[in-house]
Design a protein. Structure first.
Length: 192
């Protein structure tokens, strides 16, 4: 590491990003780390299911999230998959300062071949602990974008946190397709 990167790693930690291509199914991810010469180590086990996005008529990926402040954390192999849709490497934390901006990205998959032309509605909301909606974004996509085939719609949104009071928020990304088919995911964040 360069001296500047080493100083940033001491202050902010560092992140290692790896990608694993897996077919649909259930898996257990195991990760471990050890600090050389410090006699410290740890491990994490995580059960996950890789869905088959092409089975259901309408499906949604997980939500990828990053922030402007997370870009300052040194990253080993930051990954290339989302570099065109997110401004930096994925964030592992879910707590952000008020002067930050977060970016979210998800894909929605429509698997109804030869469906009549229609509109896909995509939305993101941020809801405060008291239920108030403090941020909302809505977009529409035309099924003509898929040219009669099955496939996905990428959807990204950036949310400045400057107007958010400190507290916990639920971010909800949702898509609505033909015949009111919906898919949604929620992410909990904390603003300090």
């Amino acid at each position: 590491m360069s001296p500047a990167t080493a100083a940033a790693a001491r202050e902010r930690g560092f992140r290692v990003v790896s990608e694993i291509a897996l077919p649909p199914g259930r898996y257990q991810l195991r990760a471990s780390a050890a600090e050389e010469g410090a006699n410290r180590s740890g491990s994490v086990f995580y059960d996950l299911e890789v869905p088959d996005f092409y089975k259901a008529p309408f499906a949604m990926s997980g939500v990828a999230l990053t922030s402007a402040s997370m870009s300052a954390t040194p990253s080993v192999r930051p990954g290339e998959t989302l570099k065109d849709v997110l401004p930096g490497p994925l964030a592992t934390g879910r707590e952000f300062p008020r002067n930050d901006q977060i970016a979210l990205f998800a894909e929605f998959y429509e698997n109804v071949p030869n469906a009549p032309p229609h509109t896909i509605e995509l939305s993101t909301t941020a809801r405060a602990e008291d239920g108030r909606i403090v941020f909302q974004n809505r977009e529409q996509r035309s099924s003509a974008d898929l040219q009669g085939k099955t496939g996905g719609y990428g959807y990204g949104v950036r949310i400045p946190l400057t107007e958010f009071a400190p507290g916990t928020y639920v971010l909800r990304m949702e898509g609505r397709s033909v015949n009111n088919a919906t898919a949604a995911r929620e992410v909990l964040i904390r603003v300090r």
